[in-house]
Write a protein that binds this ligand. Structure first.
Ligand code: HPA
Ligand SMILES: [Zn+2]
Length: 355
């Protein structure tokens, strides 16, 4: 596949764009060089067949057969996280790295059910993450929201119990949103209708999203909209298989959180140029560009922007539009959106004569 040059001035422009991330799993930011020290610190024995060194693990991460092949590594990685400090260290490392790539606002996922079976309380996980979010605000001026995800491969009753145990966290808006992740097939959205109803009962302003249309069909996307009443779709790249669905997403301004390097590494697409970004732009479906599990897929948010640029060769106006849609589709308040839009206008102004 042909690749365009991402010039140094274009890279600077992409770096300076005030970027919002809506699709990043904090557990997916566990870099190999943190995984092994945490295993040591917590006396965790990794499975026998698991790579023994950072270098070996990085080599294994070069490509995954599919989503499940990746998830098998992701859940083993989760095993080294035990103490509040571990969750803090993990999230703080993410905020620092993403901020260095021009991140201004992040809506971050976490999977409590990948920790609770080891006896780690949800409150411990959230306390560590919240402390990192506060530090990111104080020291980096990065705003953030926490989104709790349910693991769709687990029994629905377990998911409901997990939700119930986090009721107060939702009621007090320490958690802002609910998501759905893990193996998409054969676990369609409709299994979780009652879970999403419950979350809406917890707080009237709770935000709802779900992974759909990554490996699953366009029907997974429309069912997530109809039955879970989500207002955002994570991945959703297969939505384009249904023209009526595309028209609906455009009409309702439902944002898709696209993850280019993830879709490449999980072989959802053969090449980043196969992502339907041109079609979505033409149809008026808003999307943001995100890192998903950057420690596993080889890149943080700017790396994903650059990977898109090398395949789509967009002009500054198109990038400004994509960045604006990401700001407008964020779940932060109006004041923060206005700040981000002002930053965006300044960057576009600075680079308009250069690109
Ligand atoms: O990309 C993903 N898809 C589904 N589940 C996940 N859990 C972490 N990352 C992912
Ligand atoms: Zn994801």
């Amino acid at each position: 596949m042909p690749e365009y040059e991402c010039t140094s001035v274009m890279r600077e422009f992409l770096h300076e764009l005030p970027k919002c991330e809506h699709h990043v799993h904090l557990e997916g930011t566990l870099e190999p060089d943190l995984l092994y020290p945490l295993a040591l610190r917590n006396n965790v024995t990794l499975p026998n067949q698991f790579p023994k060194t950072v270098e070996e693990l990085e080599k294994r991460y070069v490509m995954f057969r599919d989503l499940q092949d990746f998830l098998d590594f992701y859940y083993i990685g989760c095993e080294v996280l035990l103490q509040e400090e571990d969750f803090f260290d993990l999230a703080w490392a993410y905020f620092k790295r993403a901020h260095a790539q021009g991140l201004r606002h992040a809506e971050v996922f976490f999977d409590p059910q990948s920790h609770t079976p080891r006896g780690v309380a949800i409150e411990t996980v959230v306390a560590g993450f919240k402390r990192a979010c506060q530090k990111a605000l104080d020291e980096l001026q990065v705003t953030s929201k926490l989104i709790m995800c349910l693991l769709r491969h687990l029994p629905v009753e377990e998911c409901k119990a997990t939700l119930e145990s986090s009721r107060v966290l939702f009621e007090t808006q320490q958690l802002h949103g609910l998501g759905l992740d893990s193996a998409e097939q054969p676990f369609p959205p409709e299994l979780f209708t009652e879970c999403y109803e419950l979350a809406r009962q917890f707080h009237p302003d709770v935000k709802l999203t779900a992974h759909a249309g990554e490996e699953g069909s366009a029907k997974y996307v429309s069912n997530a909209l109809d039955l879970l009443q989500v207002t955002r779709i994570d991945h959703g790249v297969r939505s384009v298989e249904d023209p009526e669905l595309v028209a609906r997403l455009a009409r309702d301004k439902t944002m898709l959180t696209i993850c280019p390097l993830s879709s490449l590494k999980l072989q959802v697409v053969k090449d980043i140029s196969d992502l339907p970004l041109t079609q979505l732009l033409e149809a008026g479906v808003p999307f943001s560009i995100n890192s998903d599990d950057p420690a596993y897929f080889g890149g943080y948010i700017l790396d994903n922007y650059v990977a898109v640029q090398k395949k789509f060769n967009w002009d500054a106006a198109t990038w400004a539009k994509v960045a604006r849609q990401a700001i407008e589709g964020s779940w932060c308040d109006g004041k923060r959106k206005d700040e981000l839009l002002t930053m965006l206008a300044a960057v576009v102004d600075k680079y308009s004569a250069l690109i």
